[in-house]
Write a protein that binds this ligand. Structure first.
Ligand code: B12
Ligand code: SF4
Length: 595
């Protein structure tokens, strides 16, 4: 008699979904191609793959994993429920990496799934941040628990097995809180996404976290309260393994998502490994990293980063005003170091992206405008991105306001760093929002775009690439009205994917307006492209060498001359302190240093 083919008898569907959030009209922010794959999705996929390979639900159960990012894929809860039902009813929908601004959307995806009896589990910064910092569970999380949605606070390494087993048994707890027990990362299954998921983004780039945690204490930051202040890192072997797995599928570009790679205790072995792979094996590896403003003071860090393939760095500059930095407990940012730091990154061949926060207590529309002018003239930043100071759940700022009973916006969808969510001491909400919107136009003015392209040419970066980057960073907020970090190629809007409560528009109202919007956006983009292209032509034609204040090497006299150091009393005090330190060093015969 013929034996039946051996193999699993049961299928357990694991849908891993990274939700998006709603724009101001209530439509899901979604693109034909989003900008970069979400690392949380890669991390959960890597862990799930490991569970599937180890058959944690038993020899007879196949764990079938699907990974979707809603910023580039339409999610249809009813189809998910049907798929699970039709293959025996076993499965779990994991809503992954859910940030505060994504929590309302995550709930709207979860409701129909729960109504169809599908187990749903939500994890990510909103759940973890709230549980880490608030004395009681907030109303939105309580509502989730009431609907039977499981909330997972903490990290999934070493714990996904049990989440899957408990779901399979039918006793997944509604609340799992591992915030006090952060796992080590060495040897854990590494982040991984298959090529078809990566291809839904605009470049062939994937992401991974080489480590978690940051030692600093910035008051607006959620990361230290969720991932801790101690560095937990993957090993160089882990990183090599995941890099090779990606090279094998043709992916050579990596975004290392550590908030502060400079404070990853293993940065050196990791860089050395990447350097060896690049320099000895000739492998093509390009890296985008996030670092702090003092990374250039770590011996060998910038130089090794360049050799390891880092060609873009995101830097948390936040402000050029020492009072604001002090207020935000970001005293580690020394404005007297900014110029040396930016120039060091350019020498290593890396493009500099700096984050800049608007809405510190001392900010006014006038100081914001003044400071952007100073940055343009004196700092060799390539791309500047603006954020509104926001009390994110999980941050010390949020906890303080919450405990003091200060009013904050109740709609979590607004916590995307582009909305005003609490009162500023002197600016009205409209003034702050107006300053935020104007900031993009001020920084990306035609005059400054030309300056940055000329600087790029001078330090050896292709001005054509720089033009595209400047153009997209300005076009996304200006034309699409969203932050560049939330941007993508070709916005998609579905009539039915509108926020409940905002009303379903009729076909006659929705589609003609959509067609008009698409047309207007393309015309506006073409106009911006044309303006940028004309600037580029001028820059390419010019053969004169280019130097300006920002690209001039740091000199002692500049501390008396540059506006950045003269505008506020605290900046002048910082310069005096620097001078005193320098003279002590000189007296001791130590080599000159800006520190
Ligand atoms: C890389 C990154 C991005 C990338 C990709 C997103 C991603 N998640 O990978 C991009 C550039 C797209 C991005 C954009 C934005 N980001 Co972002 N981003 C990050 C960053 C630096 C790393 C994310 C990461 O990989 N973390 C590591 C993963 C593994 O940790 P995790 O997400 O917490 O997941 C673990 C656990 O939570 C748990 N878990 C998570 N989900 C689930 C699900 C289940 C079922 C289970 C069991 C467990 C589980 O297990 C995971 C593995 O251990 C974080 C800061 C940080 N350190 O996390 C900010 C962060 C998440 N971003 C933030 C914000 C605000 C934004 C933006 C709104 C900014 C803006 N104005 O545009 C946009 C939103 C757009 C979007 N669509 O995501 C905030 C969110 C804070 C909050 N309370 O909401 C953070 C925390 C940074 C900050 N400023 O505080 N971001
Ligand atoms: S340096 Fe960045 S990651 Fe570290 S505490 Fe400050 S904001 Fe958070």
């Amino acid at each position: 008699m013929k034996q039946p083919a051996a193999g699993p008898r049961e299928v357990f569907h694991l849908f891993l979904i990274k939700p998006s959030h709603y724009d101001d009209d209530g439509y899901v922010i979604q693109w034909a191609r989003s900008s970069i794959p979400a690392n949380t999705l890669a991390t959960l996929y890597g862990l799930a793959l490991d569970c599937a390979e180890r058959k944690v639900l038993g020899e007879d159960v196949e764990i079938r994993i699907t990974a979707w990012d809603e910023t580039n894929t339409r999610i249809r809860p009813e189809r998910i429920a049907r798929t699970i039902r039709e293959s025996g009813g076993r499965g779990l929908v994991g809503l992954v990496g859910v940030q505060t601004n994504q929590f309302p959307r995550a709930m709207d995806l979860a409701r129909p799934l729960r109504a169809a009896g599908v187990p749903v589990c939500i994890g990510g910064f909103h759940v973890s941040g709230c549980l880490a910092m608030l004395p009681e569970i907030p109303a939105d999380l309580k509502e989730a628990l009431d609907l039977g949605i499981a909330l997972f606070a903490g990290e999934a390494e070493g714990r996904l097995d049990e989440v899957l087993r408990a779901t399979y048994r039918g006793d997944l707890p509604t609340l799992s809180d591992f915030m006090k027990d952060l796992p080590g990362l060495e040897g854990a299954a590494v982040p991984y996404l298959p090529l078809d998921v990566i291809r839904r983004t605009s470049g062939t780039r994937t992401s991974f976290d080489a480590g978690r945690g940051c030692p600093f204490l910035c008051s607006f930051c959620t990361i230290i309260n969720v991932q801790g202040r101690k560095s937990r890192s993957r090993s160089a072997d882990d990183v090599e393994r995941l890099v090779r797995a990606n090279l094998a599928q043709g992916v050579h570009n990596f975004f290392i998502t550590d908030d502060n790679l400079a404070r990853n205790q293993n940065w050196q072995p990791i860089f050395d490994r990447l350097i060896r792979m690049r320099e000895e094996e000739g492998l093509r590896i390009h890296v985008v990293a996030q670092v702090d403003t003092m990374a250039h003071k770590i011996k060998g860090f910038v130089e090794k980063a360049g050799r390891a393939g880092v060609n873009r760095v995101f830097i948390g500059l936040e402000s050029i005003n020492p009072d604001a930095l002090k207020e935000a407990r970001k005293g580690q940012n020394q404005i007297t170091e900014y110029r040396a730091m930016l120039q060091a990154w350019h020498r290593a061949g890396a493009l500099t992206y700096a984050g800049y926060i608007l809405g510190f207590p001392g900010d006014t529309p006038e100081t914001i405008e003044r400071d952007i002018g100073i940055i343009q003239r004196e700092l060799s930043i390539d791309l500047l991105e603006f954020f509104i100071l926001t009390p994110l759940p999980g941050s010390a700022d949020h906890k303080k306001l919450h405990l003091a009973g200060v009013e904050m916006a109740a709609d979590m969808n607004r916590y995307d760093l582009t909305h005003v969510n609490t009162r500023h001491p002197t600016m009205t909400d409209d003034e702050l929002l107006g300053s935020y919107r104007k900031a993009w136009d001020l920084y990306y003015s035609a005059e400054h775009v030309e300056r940055v392209m000329r600087r790029a040419k001078a330090w050896g970066y292709d001005p054509r690439n720089m033009m595209i980057k400047l153009l997209t960073f300005h076009a996304v907020p200006r034309i699409e009205g969203v932050h560049p970090l939330e941007g993508g190629l070709f916005r998609r809007k579905r009539r039915r994917d509108r926020r409940p409560g905002m009303g379903l528009e009729s076909r006659l109202a929705f589609y003609p307006r959509l067609a008009r919007d698409v047309l207007v956006k393309h015309v506006r983009f073409a106009r911006m492209y044309w303006q940028h292209w004309r600037i580029l032509r001028r820059v390419l034609r010019d053969t004169e060498p280019y130097v300006d204040v920002a690209t001039t090497p740091v000199q002692d006299a500049e501390f008396d001359e540059m506006q950045m150091y003269q505008t506020t009393a605290t900046a002048r005090i910082q310069v005096d302190k620097l001078r005193r330190r320098q003279s002590v060093r000189a007296a001791a015969g130590a080599p000159a240093s800006s520190d």
